[in-house]
Write a new protein. Sequence first.
Length: 304
Amino acid sequence: MAISAQVRDAGFEAWLGKINSACGRFCAKTLGPGFSGAIQEFRAHALRLSVVDAAHTRLYRTPQEIARSDGSHFFTVFQLRGSALMEQGDRQAVLSAGDITLIDAARPSSFTFQQDSRQISLLMPRSYIEQPLGVADLPCARRIEAENSVVRLSRQLVLGSMQDPQMSAAESEAILNAVATLLRPALIGRDAVSEVQPQLFARSLAFIDTHIQSEQLRPEWIAGELGVSVRSLYRMFARQGLVVAQYIKNRRLDLCAQALRSAPGRQKLATVGYDWGFTDHSHFSTAFKARFGVSPSEYRKQYQ
């Protein structure tokens, strides 16, 4: 793991230059005469992080800075000492020692350090966060409190990684994945569920429709593809007044009914059921009658 030269009291411009080299393009301005700043950069294969010290200054990214740097990641910010005001869009988080927040590198943001502050900024690839959640616009600049157990675990993991000079590429990717996995539940905590949940629910319905003909379509498979627990999947459907298995069965029955209406008499009833995931004809007939009030054969006669 390479450690860059530390910059201490080398002047505002030198500090900002190191920030831009390690974290991407930023603008900055001092907040009075008491500026101080330092940065240590740590890199090991996929793992890129910096320890940033700052006082009496403000860092910010406008669309111009974003266009000149890589926006394919989030800044995962661990507050180690002091405090900082992190702003993005209409949200802001005041971080105290131990807190964490997430900032989208592809959107304008502002970091204000009125007093002495120390942070770790971990560059987290978007795919580690967005793909498992099925979310393209994750609520950022939200304070995740130091008391949260996943915050403590992820901070220990990041600090420990900085002490390993022999880290392999596979280990660096495993650390990123572990930190992302730990933080995901906190990132969609109670105050963010209303923003994230509809997208995740829509993704689950799309997955069910895509694989509705598969015998393997089960809650466990769906939850795994969404990157959530089976219990979380059940709760998400329950909020909509639905049960996962019942929804799948009813969706299959509705598609069977559509097939019977559109091609009456052309297929065996058992084949229609099998095509849409029913491997047992007796079960298909019983379930169909329970939903539509008539057997599949009687239903088809209505459209002949």
